[in-house]
Design a protein around this ligand. Structure first.
Ligand SMILES: [Zn+2]
Length: 261
């Protein structure tokens, strides 16, 4: 494994038809990945997929838009103990759609349970934070909650998956000791260049969020972990560093944050 895609979903239905073939393509590209759960069912499947594949690890948790499903504290605590489980999530706050904004309190409660599990299990958080368009509201709420827990649990850490915040928010996460994960969006949205430039290379992670959000030149297609290389290339271009240097550093960052990788 030369490169790591720290956030993908081989456990979702989009890969039901050809999961094994897609994983073989990832291995061929010398890429590894963390398979992310969005609820109890998909978290269990992530663990199964990780068990069967040397270069795949699992992350267990419940997505903020899954707030209507009850949080199963007992089941998730047991899953968090799995040897291939490297993080808790994806969890956080999603205020993107109006329908979700009506359930901020439910989302906050679900988020808190997972922060507490991360502290208990010693695992990092895989954060999904999506604000209302034109605002940083979900980021501000999430950062306030994380700061509250950090006082009693300074070791609490994690990464802001699919980072879509501004420079102020990026700095807040850096100050909290968190990493910033960049997705394929940086390959076609120029506004991200300043943020990629600003975040120190040793605090950046690369990810695809496959099957969603394919990078250029694969836009519109189903995304795959093998395409993470396009994101690493873009980071190297913005940082004006050799691809090999960036690739090695991003892999090392993931190994530092997700210790068992
Ligand atoms: Zn995801």
């Amino acid at each position: 494994m030369k490169t790591i895609d720290t956030h993908s979903h081989y456990n979702l239905a989009q890969f039901d038809e050809d999961r094994e073939v897609a994983i073989a393509r990832m291995n061929e590209a010398e890429v590894g990945t963390i398979c992310i759960g969005i609820d109890l069912e998909t978290s269990k499947l992530a663990i199964e997929i990780a068990r069967d594949n040397e270069n795949i690890w699992a992350c267990v948790g419940q997505h903020p838009t899954e707030w209507s499903q009850e949080w199963d504290a007992v089941e998730f605590a047991a899953l968090a103990e799995g040897t291939n489980v490297v993080a808790i999530g994806e969890c956080g706050l999603d205020y993107f759609r109006e329908a979700e904004r009506e359930y901020k309190n439910e989302q906050v409660i679900l988020f808190r349970r997972q922060i507490e599990l991360a502290i208990e299990s010693g695992l990092p958080l895989m954060l999904h934070i999506r604000p209302e368009v034109g605002t940083m509201d979900a980021y501000d709420d999430a950062i306030a909650i994380l700061k509250e827990y950090k006082t009693a649990a300074p070791q609490l850490t994690g990464t802001a998956h699919f980072f879509a915040g501004d420079e102020r928010i990026a700095q807040e996460f850096l100050d909290l000791g968190f990493y910033i994960s960049f997705s394929g969006v940086i390959t076609f949205v120029k506004e991200y260049e300043a943020i990629v430039a600003m975040v120190p290379l040793d605090r950046i992670l690369s990810e695809t969020d496959a099957p969603f959000a394919a990078p250029a030149p694969y836009r519109g297609k189903r995304n795959e972990p093998a395409y993470v290389v396009e994101i690493v290339k873009k980071i190297a271009e913005i940082k004006d560093l050799p691809l090999e240097t960036v690739e090695a550093q991003l892999l090392q960052n993931a190994q530092t944050l997700f210790h068992t990788l």
